[in-house]
Ligand binder design. Structure first.
Ligand code: SAM
Ligand code: DTB
Ligand code: SF4
Length: 328
């Protein structure tokens, strides 16, 4: 019998799942994954930074914040041709989702936004799912993105409501939720997750998942990022998060949101095939490929292609329906 889709999870229930014996947790999560997804399939996504650096927000993890002194310099919006060339070459590797990110606090009605709409339209015409990550936006802007063919919008809550102000002070947790509602209202699917390894407690991780899993509609996609400690950011000295924390987080996400795409996102570089295989067993079914994320390194393409082959993983097609729940 398929795992039920629930929206009434309590924090205690989520904590119990998260803390359960690791082998049981992985087995359960793998079982839930197999009920709703093809166990051997991984969606390959590719990131394109369309506007890099100089961001007015103070997100402590982010190398693109103007408050940090990192290697990232502010750049203008990239040209459409560069985006198309990048997207087209990613397609050759089996990429079926392209995510375009901008280091903006929020979208502004401007010639720059018009150009982003053009990018959405053109990249969508390649037959891939297009996601953007542009900061806060209003209803009119969300509608224009939807009309341009946008499939998903990435807007992470990043951490728990309780820990949020330790990480970002220039906007509130509620601002994030409001934007998610705006996106949803426009008929765009929600991609929303967070980062682990920023000094948050297990309670914070559970609390973040509780926010996502108790939404009226679960996010279509939940990226789980491992913090990349970038030199010059306030979190530069954070040690790498243990792989077992990642596995627990992914497995818990999979169990409480069975239909969601769980993305093993930032922080894969330096993680072995075996470590990543554990994440797939625990329910992850997507990765970002390409030598770069937005500004930081990602595993080499050859490494990822070899990993797909070794683990007998196949690339998930675009717009694939998640198998429906047979329960009420
Ligand atoms: N400005 C937009 C926003 O904040 O939504 C989009 C860009 S932002 C780079 C997208 C996401 O990348 C963040 O919400 C965060 O979860 C993730 N991210 C940024 N820097 C990271 C880092 N150093 N390690 C892990 N994830 C990171
Ligand atoms: C998400 O959750 N992770 C991606 C995507 N959404 C936009 C971004 C990761 C960025 C890592 C830091 C960087 O490369 O600048
Ligand atoms: Fe700006 Fe987004 Fe980075 Fe925050 S995460 S500093 S909003 S680019």
């Amino acid at each position: 019998m398929k795992e039920e889709i629930r929206h009434n999870w309590t924090k205690d229930e989520i904590r119990t799942i998260h803390d359960s014996p690791l082998m049981e947790l992985i087995l359960k999560a793998g079982t839930v994954k197999s009920q709703y997804h093809d166990t051997n399939e991984v969606q390959l996504c590719h990131l394109i930074s369309v506007k890099t650096g100089g961001c007015p927000e103070d997100c402590k993890y982010c190398p693109q914040s103007a408050s940090s002194q990192t290697f990232v310099k502010a750049e203008p919006l990239v040209e459409l041709k560069r985006v198309m060339d990048d997207a087209q070459s990613a397609l050759e590797y089996g990429v079926t989702r392209i995510c375009m990110g901008a280091a903006w606090r929020s979208v502004r009605d401007s010639p720059q936004f018009d150009r982003v709409l053009e990018m959405v339209k053109e990249v969508s015409s390649l037959g891939v799912e297009v996601c953007t990550c542009l900061g806060m936006l209003n209803e009119g802007q969300a509608k224009r993105l939807a009309e341009a063919g946008l499939y998903a919008y990435n807007h992470n809550v990043d951490t728990s409501p309780e820990y949020y102000s330790q990480i970002i002070t220039t906007r509130t947790f509620q601002d994030r939720l409001d934007t998610l509602d705006t996106v949803e209202k426009a008929g765009i699917s929600v991609c929303c997750g967070g980062i682990i390894g920023m000094g948050e407690s297990i309670e914070d991780r559970v609390s973040m998942l509780h926010v996502l899993a108790t939404r009226e509609k679960h996010p279509e996609s939940v990226p789980i990022n491992m913090l990349i400690s970038v030199s010059g950011t306030p979190l530069q000295s954070r040690p790498p998060v243990p792989i077992w924390d990642v596995v627990r987080m992914i497995a818990t996400t999979r169990i409480i949101m069975p239909q969601t795409m769980v993305r093993l996102s930032a922080g894969r570089e330096g993680r072995s095939e075996a470590e990543q295989a554990l994440c797939f067993l625990a329910g992850a079914n997507s990765i970002f490929i390409g030598d770069k994320l937005l500004t930081t390194p990602n595993p080499d393409l050859n490494f990822d292609m070899q990993m797909m082959e070794t683990l007998n993983l196949t690339a998930r097609p675009a717009y694939k329906e998640v198998s429906a729940c047979s329960c009420s």
